[in-house]
Design a binder for this molecule. Structure first.
Ligand code: ADP
Ligand code: MG
Length: 237
């Protein structure tokens, strides 16, 4: 490539970019200068002890916490002036926060309807998503009749239905018991890879990070202390 063809010096970066991101709560530097890159299609796990700033970092990416410094970019474009609902990101939490009065199918349809999907295409897409998360045929059930793990699968299907450019997961499995968590972690990996979903998952469970993630970030006191392949950051199993 000649210099005339070189990209602009701002450097177009595909996927998610964090440059010296800072979030403060008064005197507390909850996120203290985090920089990283996440290419499209990759799954990043953010690991660290309780209170180290994982959720705050995720919320900053979602546009739910104002930055005290630094930059968050998507495909090289600064998101500073892009509100949460225009970022095209979806979030999923520890408690999937399903609509209890709606059937499983209507919960999953919710994100699709926001995207303008209607009619036969809508029901076909709901069925596809329910099959993807292993809940084929459960569309007419109400969330209260499902197990915790099944409810998280519905929440995942609903989040994927919004066809997010980036899926943000805050301890999505931590409310579940150990056995179920291990199985669901494997399923989560499969679903994210099969759908080529770019994702950032917060967890405090190293095994979960190993199973789900392509790349792992360790945080401590608001700072990134390690970043790389799971086996490099976490060591061999
Ligand atoms: P983690 O998700 O890693 O457990 P958090 O990002 O939730 O950690 O919190 C990081 C630090 O910021 C903690 O000390 C927490 O008490 C503090 N914190 C989080 N949210 C707020 C808030 N809205 N106001 C004040 N302090 C907060
Ligand atoms: Mg948290």
């Amino acid at each position: 490539m000649t210099s005339a063809e070189a990209p602009p010096s701002t450097g177009h970066v595909s996927g998610l970019g964090l440059d010296d991101v800072r979030v403060r709560f008064g005197e507390l530097a909850a996120v203290d200068g985090v920089s990283l890159r996440l290419p499209p299609g990759d799954v990043l796990a953010v690991l660290g002890p309780s209170g180290c700033g994982k959720s705050t970092l995720l919320r900053a990416v979602a546009g739910l916490e104002p930055l005290a410094g630094g930059r968050i970019t998507w495909e090289g474009a600064d998101l500073a002036r892009v509100p949460t609902y225009q970022r095209g990101f979806a979030m999923m939490f520890q408690d999937g926060q399903l609509f209890g009065h709606m059937s499983v199918a209507r919960n999953v349809a919710y994100g699709l309807k926001l995207k303008g999907v209607r009619g036969a295409e809508l029901s076909a897409e709901v069925d596809r998503l329910l099959t993807l998360v292993g809940l084929e045929g459960r569309g007419d059930d109400v969330p209260a009749t499902l197990s915790g793990g099944q409810q998280q699968r519905v929440a995942l299907a609903r989040a994927l239905g919004a066809r997010p450019r980036l899926l943000l997961l805050d301890e999505p499995l931590s409310a579940l018991d150990r056995d179920l968590r291990e199985r669901l972690a494997l399923d989560l990996r499969t679903v994210l890879h099969d759908t080529s979903t770019t994702a950032v998952m917060v967890t405090h469970d190293r095994d979960e990070a190993r199973v789900v993630a392509d790349v792992v970030a360790l945080m401590d006191h608001g700072k990134l202390t390690a970043f790389g392949a799971p086996e490099d950051v976490l060591g061999p199993r």
